[in-house]
Design a binder for this molecule. Sequence first.
Ligand code: M6R
Length: 621
Amino acid sequence: MCSVVGYIGKNKSKAFVLEGLSRLEYRGYDSVGFACLSQENNTIVSAKAVGGLDNLTHMFTMAHIDGFLGIGHSRWATHGQPSESNAHPHFDCQKTVAIVHNGIIENYLSLKKDLELLGHVFYSDTDTEVIAHVFEALLVATSDMENKHKTLAQVVVSLVSRLTGAYAFMALVQGYPDTLILVRQRPPLCVGIGDNEMFVASDAFAFAGKTDKVFFLPEESFAFVKKNEIQLYDFAGNALPVHMQALDLSWQDSQKNEHEHFMLKEIYEQKAVIHKTIDSLQALHDTIWDYMGITAQQIRTLDHISFIGCGTSWHAARLAQFFFEQVCKMNSSVHLASEFRYMTFFPTQHKIHLAISQSGETADTLEALRVINAHTMPTVALTNVASSTIVREAGGFLLTQAGREIAVASTKAFSTQLAALYWLAHRIALEKGLIAQADMVQACADVIYAAQVLEASIEKYKHEISAYHARKYATYSKAIFLGRNSSYPFAMEAALKLKEIAYIFAQCYPAGELKHGPLALIDEHTPVFIFSHQDSLIYHKLLSNAQEVKARNGHVVAFVFEGQDEMCALADLYFVVPNVAPLLGQLAMTGLMQFFMYAIAKELGCPIDKPRNLAKSVTVE
Ligand code: M6R
C-alpha cells in the first residue's frame, strides 16, 4: 500500500528519500510527493506529482528542494482520486506541519467538520489532511513552550487520542527542525540507525544496505527521531525503551537482470527458491516446533488446522487443505482473512491457526490473527519476510525462502508456500506417527522434482506461447476458468493472475457447478481454461465438463497431465505436463500457467509489475 520514507541527519534528505521511495514504489504508485525543511529559512518546501516517481524527479522545482530533514510518500488512493492535491505530504493551513501517512483515519469526516467550524480550510479529499490540521490546532493551543519536548509529546498524545482507524504517519513540524515525528497505531514503521543519521520507512527494504541496525516501532507508540537518538513513548505519553535489532536485508538481489519484468524473473526463480525453502525447513529438524511456538505433544494431539490468508496466499491455503487432509488425515478449514473477523469464533482445543502471507503485512490477515491471539489460541505465521509484522505477532512462524517478490502479481511466493505447506503436512504426519522418516525424505524429493517439472514445462512451451497463443488469447475480453478438487483453487489462482495483470475479466468455477448456471455463458467468444487433475476419477469428470463446453460451441484451453489424451483431442489448445506425486500436480503446472497469463498481459502492453489500482502489500482493511 502507500509507502512512507523519511530521513534526518548529516546529509541532505532528498537523495535517500527518493531512492527509498523507488525501492518501495511497487507497494503503491498512483502519486508521489516529497517535503523537507529548507536550510535557508526553515520553512517547509515540497513537490508532488501524479503517477510514478519519475514524474516527481523530472519536475523542475524538485532540483531546488532539499534539506537535512525530509519525508516522502508514494500513494495507493483510498480517499480521493490520484491527483496532485490528494498526493502526500499534506499540510495544515499555515504549512507548518507536513504529514505522510499510511492507513486510514476513520473519523476524518467528523474531525474535518469540527475543524472547518474553527476556520480551517481544506484543499484535498484525503483523510490524511485532517492529521495536519488537528496537529496545527493542538500546537497553537499549546502555550507552555518552555519544556518544548515535553510539550510536543503532550501534543502527540492529544493528537492520537482524537484519531481512530489503523494508521501510521510521519510528521515534520516547522518549529522542531531537529526532530522527525513518527506515530504508529497499526501499519508498520521502522527506523534504520546510521552514523549521525536515521532512515525511516514503512518497510526496512527502503534502507537495506545502508545500515545493519533497525528499530521497529511497537504498535500504539510514537517516536521523536533525531539524527543520533530515538525517544519512544506509548500513546499515554510514557517513555518506552528502544530495542534495536540486526538488519539482514540485501538490495542487490532485487534487480530485474536480463528479464523484461520482475514477474518473469520471479517465475523463473521458482525452481531454485522451492529447493531453498525445502532445504531450510529440513534444516530445522526437531526445532521446527520451537519456531512454530508449539510443543511436539501439541502436534501429536492436533486434530484440526485452520488456514487464513488473502488473494494468492488464500489460494495456497485452499490447495494445502488437500495436503493436510490426505497426508495428516486431519480436519482442516480455510478462511478468507477479510471475512474471518466478522465470523463467530469458537476457540477449540487441539487446533492451530496458520496465517499465510507473503509480505507478512496484509492488514486483513493481521487483524484475523489478532482475533485468534486474543483467545490465546496457538497461531503460526507462514511468510516470506522474516522482519514482518506477522512474525512479531504470531505465536510462532515458518519462512518461505522465495527472496524478495517485487512484482505485484504473486508467483514464487505461491509456489514456495505450496512447497512449505506440503513439507509441513508431512512433518506433522511424521510427528504423529502416520508416516515414516523415509516418506518424509520422499516428500522432499517429490517437491524438488515437481519444481523441476515446473521449470521444464515453461521451457517446453514458452516459444509457442509467446509467438502465437498469447496474441490470440489477448483478443478475448473475458474467460472462464474451471477446476475440480485441488485444481479448483489452482484455477482460481490462474483467473486471479489474468485479471490482475491483463485486466481480462476471468470468472472461475468448480467445474461441477457449470451445469448449475454458468453453462449459459458458454459461447465461441469466451475461452474456457480447464485445469486437469492427475487423479483418474477427477480427470474423467473434468473431461465430461470439457465435453459439455464443446457441445455448446465453446472453446477449450486445457492444461493436462501426460496420458490424458482424450482431453487433448477435445481441446482447441492444450499443454501437457509430466506426472508428479499425486498431490503436487498443481505445483508442477504453476510455472506454465503463470507464464501463459504473463504472456497475454505482455501482448496487451500492460504494466505487468505494477498493475493499475493495485499495490503489493495491502496494509488497509
Ligand atoms: O502478502 P500477502 O500474501 O498477505 O498478500 C495477499 C494478497 O494481497 C496477494 O496474494 C495478492 O492477491 C496478489 N497480488 C496476487 O497476485
